[in-house]
Write a protein that binds this ligand. Sequence first.
Ligand code: ADP
Ligand code: MG
Length: 683
Amino acid sequence: MNIKRNYEYLLSDLSALKGVGAKTKSLLKKKNINNLFDLLWKLPKSYTDRSLSSKIKDLRIGDIQTINIIPKKYNFPRIRNLPNKVICIDDTGEIDCIFFNSYEGYVKKILPLGKEITISGKISYFRKKYQITNPKYVSDDSSIIQKVHNQYSLTDGISEKLYNKIIGQIISNLPNLNEWHSKTILKNFGNINWKDSIKELHKPENIGKYKNNFYQRLAFDEIFSTFLVNSEIRKKIKKVKKKNKVINLDLQNKIINKLEFSLTNDQIKTLIEINNDLSSNEKMFRLLQGDVGSGKTIVSLLAALNTINSGFQVAVMAPTEILAKQHFNLAKKLYPNRIRTELITGKSEYKKKKEILDKLKNNSINIIFGTHAIFQKKVHFAKLGLIIIDEQHKFGVNQRKKLSDKGGDNCDVLLMTATPIPRTLTMTIYGDMDISIIREKPKRRKPIKTYSKPETKIEDVIKFISKEIDYGNQVFWVCPLIEESKKLDHSSAIKKFEYLKKKFPDNVALLHGKTNNQEKENILSDFLKQKFQVLVSTTIIEVGIDFPNANIIIIENANKFGLSQLHQLRGRVGRGDKDSTCILMFKSNLTDNAKKRINILKETNDGFVISEEDMKIRGFGDVLGFKQSGIKNFKLADPIHNSDLFLLAEKEMRRIENSNEDISKFKPLIKLYDRADIINDIA
Ligand code: ADP
Ligand code: MG
């Protein structure tokens, strides 16, 4: 047989393995195991040592052990349901082999009298004698069972024996791959190569040895491959040469001087980063990351202004119409009259829409605001120079890449997100982009006072908000998130709505998952116009919208949310000049752990710090945005425990980028580990 022994062997279909038929294949596919490489990450959880362990006199009761014995006497009872027994010996003692539900003939065959046989099984002690019941392995060839058997967490329908067999096959056929890492990198991992690392990884005695070289190397491979793919996308985008924008700082500063506040240092810093990109010949592909309320909008509108003043058009896309409208209004207020701004919404009449489309095409609109509608096929720009996308943390790697292509060669791309995530995850999820971060909050901003209350004290909460309502303030009331059931979610929100309506007649509205988009926009817009003061909702309140008059948020069943999510919710208030309050409500007494979590929220308002803590508590898979990123979970690497490896991988990736090193030697690594499944798209 001539099996291809390069990396392609590992990408072979599962049926290349002996013992894998159609049934096993489909069972594995259900677990997302599609080729041999995927099986390599199915790791033993524990193991049974079936190597020859002992003489009869030294047997340990309760353990699985393997011994050589000689069958001496059969004891086959005539009474039904009593087990068959074989008395066996070695030179140190006696042991009974017990067989339930077995035929005499079978027992005689596997344990012939007078012959040395190896048996393996769990040892028990009964009526002062050792015994072994239904021994798992019985053989006259002791070499067969003098082995260690890995125990896997089983997929329904696939036995441990089968796993051992198929994974064993791959391990013994592992190809010798040319080393892809530099000597310097390898030194970090004791120079161990990929193949040996995999072998070590599967050795039962190495289970859980996360600190060892083999484990670290493989985790590094996984991280580094992700970074390489990111880097390839970035390079590809940078290769596009564009016409640079010429930035008129006087015009920009005129607007800045008109603001009723001064920009924070981070706002200035990120604006400079963006301006540098705009005025370069390389296409911008940048993420502006900053906590809720950090003031990203103004930075993006200044960048838009610079683009317009350089003779280009700008498109600003927001996830909801109401947010698009808010940006549009701000632009109209900020920009000089000569700049022609437009808003396109679902409500716009056909005639109006058509007019806008025509104007975009003949360059008589400078900047357009809208939802994803502004990127429909029929929308043509005369001279699009910048796309700004707000709050699109739901965009995956693939979507971003497509968007960047869509704008055309001269079009820069700026994405904004108010989802602070740990740095290791930012590198992973947004590694294809350049990143600007606003950490500093505007100075005037008052901290949001955060309290926790048991649900039994709901009357106190009502008293508190009654007072606030009398002052003319507005309240968000977030209903329990019941993960198990959308239906329950829904009905609990309705119940709370009814309850609050009685307390505050004609002053409460409800938003839930079933509210349609237009209705939702209407309710939010009425809330913004202060037509009512209490908004009850499930967690669907969209991010980004500025409700300056809302200064209270009540979050029920707060322990159901992660810290980052609570922080996001809390960020809906506290944007205006008023004191603001967040009340976290809980069903019953909090555990010490839950108290600790809540204290993090009370102590800090820094979304980056909170997201680090959140990740430590819940693991990175649940951190906001990761699931939508289109990047599969890591198999070995862990953004919490391997942050050093992430940093090392980033450094190495930059080194390779800067030295223009040929990356073809990484081909097997990228092909094997492509975690976003996009390499074919960009290759
Ligand atoms: P986000 O980063 O969440 O998008 P916004 O851009 O909506 O935040 O800004 C939130 C609020 O902060 C807005 O009302 C905005 O006018 C205000 N703001 C922005 N920058 C500053 C600043 N430097 N000083 C004071 N207020 C600011
Ligand atoms: Mg925003």
